[in-house]
Design a protein around this ligand. Structure first.
Ligand SMILES: [Fe+2]
Ligand SMILES: [Fe+2]
Length: 245
């Protein structure tokens, strides 16, 4: 596998389409550009679908007495513990996906010929493995936090489900054998940006609900995530700039 961007017989663009391109342009002008973007049918159909749809799952009722007591207490004080449990479930799913994304990138780097990973801005396997292990550590941290609340970390919460759907594209991009290491780094960068924002929100939420110990532990995780983000951003920048020059 080469990590170089090359010129080739890419025929996706208008310029390569010849006469058919002109025909397509004429068709678009006569049929689409002057037509209203939506005659109302689609909007109405979408409104009905949203109105009738069920939500994506629910947060399970805590299965332990401790959890029930905590959840009950929070309810009495006006808090909704299910919001925190849902976001913990999301973080748990994301850290698990993150571990797998790094594992896939490590496999890609190992499979690439030596000359393909040289000059990639210092991407190194030892650091990649360290980050992968830290993502797995964060998974365990969130899992324990859920257990401490009496929540079930094996349950897929609604936000966990949505997070899984969103990260499918990233998994596909990195595990595709045709993608290069820099292209995979771009996908990892996307994940790390979301990862950092996710931890920031979770820390704020835990603090708001009075879980100060949890917020402090998550603060340590956020600092580690900030280092991941900086590392990946540096690698990607170096790889792209080096290739371009
Ligand atoms: Fe993470
Ligand atoms: Fe991370």
């Amino acid at each position: 596998m080469e990590n170089a961007t090359t010129m080739g017989t890419n025929r996706t663009g208008f310029e390569m389409a010849g006469e058919q391109g002109e025909e397509a342009l004429a068709y678009a002008k006569s049929n689409c550009v002057n037509a209203p973007p939506d005659n109302g049918d689609f909007t109405e159909m979408h409104r009905i679908a949203v109105e009738e749809a069920d939500r994506i799952g629910s947060v399970p009722i805590p299965g332990t007495i401790k959890g029930m007591a905590k959840a009950g207490l929070a309810k009495l004080t006006g808090d909704k513990p299910e919001v925190l449990i849902d976001k913990l479930g999301e973080r748990l799913a994301f850290e698990r996906s993150g571990t797998r994304l790094y594992e896939a990138l490590i496999l890609k780097c190992r499979a690439a010929p030596r000359e393909a990973t040289d000059g990639l801005g210092g991407v190194d396997l030892a650091r990649l493995e360290q980050i992968r292990d830290e993502e797995a550590g964060h998974f365990r941290l969130v899992s324990q936090a859920m257990l401490d609340l009496g929540a079930d970390p094996t349950a897929v919460t609604p936000c966990a489900d949505v997070a899984g759907v969103m990260s499918m594209g990233l998994v596909k991009a990195i595990t595709d054998p045709r993608t290069t290491v820099p292209q995979s780094l771009q996908a990892i960068l996307t994940a790390e940006l979301v990862d950092n924002a996710g931890w920031e929100l979770l820390i704020e939420l835990a603090g708001e609900l009075g879980h100060d110990d949890m917020a402090a532990r998550f603060g340590d995780a956020l600092r580690t995530e900030q280092e991941h983000l900086a590392t990946v951003r540096d690698w990607l920048r170096a790889a792209v700039v080096a290739e371009a020059s």
